[in-house]
Design a protein around this ligand. Sequence first.
Ligand code: DGL
Length: 287
Amino acid sequence: MDRVTTLDRPARERPIAVFDSGVGGLTVLHELLVSLPNEDFLYFGDTARFPYGEKTQSELRTFAVEIADHLVAAGAKLLVVACGSASAAALPALEQHLADTDVDVVGVIVPAAQLAVEATANGRVGVLATPATIASGAFAEAIAASDRHVRVTSVPCPDLAPLIQSGIPLDEDAVDIVRRYTAELRAAEVDTAILGCTHYPLFAPILQRMLGRSVRLVTSGQGIIRTVERALGARDLLSAREGEGDYHFHCTGDVASFRTLGTRFLQMPLGTVEHVTLTPTPGRIAA
Ligand code: DGL
């Protein structure tokens, strides 16, 4: 993407930036491309530092601020933190960091939590997410803020995102891992389960089978659409274009593997993928 032309465009025609630890956020981008076809998107995958699920909250805040600076400099009109782990750890820090810019930031935790609260009839919601996201307590907090009567059962799933990302065909070992992670949600008799990590929608069929057909699955992508629309609408930043927008990709790791994996996650053709190196700025963000 041409940085000069991007910044020269009217604000509403600048791209929405979406970032994730890797290719998983393409499941969120997929939902955005379907729901907001007129918008341009710039997707950033921090593939060199994947997985985020095992990182500390402080590391995640530092990474998120570095990425935000890169995306604001690239002309983003809105920042979407698609990554559950980064949203859980870094959203307030990002809001603070971007307060002096004209760029707003949204994360996936609160929208998915609200959707789950709306969906549950028996008041029992399950959350499957990375260890970092579960350790942050962000989903439990957001659900309680929406309705304190809802009972939350949270399960950290350390092996799930790396397993999905590996692309290994589903075998009995993988099914056993899913069975183990879903057992607690079955025992808790949840009627709604948040797939709180960007990778998990790729395993939606097996998760649905394990949890039972009556359990409503809520993904980060489903939750974020209305939040993005509202954030742009409130600032008069929805694109006025009639035709389809463009989408581009930046990644910090190997471009060829991003392309191979990315096609599976996006379920749409990948456009240009550019390798970028971020400049770390130590000590910029408080732990
Ligand atoms: N994007 C991450 C998340 O949603 C995927 C998993 C990871 O990086 O560990 O939490």
